[in-house]
Ligand binder design. Structure first.
Ligand SMILES: [Zn+2]
Length: 279
């Protein structure tokens, strides 16, 4: 897949990406976060929206406050994983801005001031509920073809889909939903801006469909555990990466199970006789 890379950004610096859209990268680099979480500062007719305040990092909150002169009108979350919601409480305390997220957040200690629902308009941003990476995940579409895609679609890597909160069927449906749109620029939760996003979204969907076929092939005649399937699919992975791969394989198996194409559980999965092997 044609992922994008970028040099390590200047942490704490608000960079203009488009008129009315700035980005600050938080200092939380890692194997799941690339150079760090993107905090987006979006100027609309109703003031300033912060999309994803980022991790619990006092320095990052200071940077957001400096870039906004402390004037923030709302704090909007693509989802409530800690690298996105961690700074919400401090930013709210410093600015008085209300927080908005899905009404049933993944993060048990986070309680939004306002619940966001699919189709809501938030100062010119249309909320698109896109569960899959997280059950509470939204993308936000602005006029003019810009889509804040959170961790649903990122320019630098594929998304983690880990059950039970991660849902492969919902994730793939969300990719198809984005393919049916004509957004021209994705601004994700990690990584650089993604222009002409349709090609990568199509490749991501193809990658998942290929993985699904490979799992069905690996399953073969005899029942197999998730671990056996992972061993067949991923040769030479380190134990840490194997654990992550096992979550992905399980997510696919649960999708296939819901579709009636495989049956079983962690003790052993098998093909369902007479089910289509591809669709
Ligand atoms: Zn993230």
């Amino acid at each position: 897949m044609a992922f994008l890379t970028e040099p390590v950004p200047a942490y704490g610096v608000a960079t203009q990406i488009l008129p009315g859209v700035r980005r600050i990268v938080a200092p939380n680099p890692g194997p799941m976060t690339y150079h760090g979480t993107n905090t987006w500062l979006v100027r609309g007719t109703g003031g300033l929206t912060v999309i994803d305040p980022g991790p619990d990092s006092p320095g990052h909150v200071t940077a957001v406050l400096a870039a906004t002169d402390g004037h923030v009108d709302r704090i909007l979350l693509t989802h409530t994983h800690p690298d996105h919601v961690g700074a919400a409480a401090a930013l709210k305390a410093a600015t008085g801005a209300p927080t908005l997220s899905y009404g049933r957040p993944w993060h048990k200690d986070f309680h939004p001031d306002h619940a966001v629902a699919d189709g809501d308009d938030i100062d010119g941003l249309t909320a698109l509920h896109t569960p899959g990476h997280a059950s509470d995940h939204f993308c936000f579409a602005s006029h003019g073809g810009v889509l804040f895609s959170g961790d649903h679609v990122m320019s630098w890597n594929t998304s983690v889909v880990s059950p039970p909160d991660g849902d492969m069927a919902a994730y793939m449906a969300g990719l198809k939903m984005l393919l049916a749109r004509d957004d021209t620029l994705f601004l994700g939760g990690h990584g650089p801006p993604l222009p002409e996003p349709q090609g990568l979204v199509r490749a991501m969907l193809g990658h998942r469909m290929g993985r699904e076929s490979a799992i069905l092939n690996a399953l073969g005649e005899a029942p197999k555990t998730t671990a056996r399937i992972v061993d067949a699919l991923y040769v030479g992975l380190s134990d840490g990466l194997k654990r992550a791969a096992a979550r992905t394989v399980l997510a696919h198996l649960l999708k296939l199970q819901a579709e009636g194409r495989v049956a079983g559980d962690e003790g052993g999965w098998r093909m369902v006789a007479g089910s289509p092997t591809d669709s």
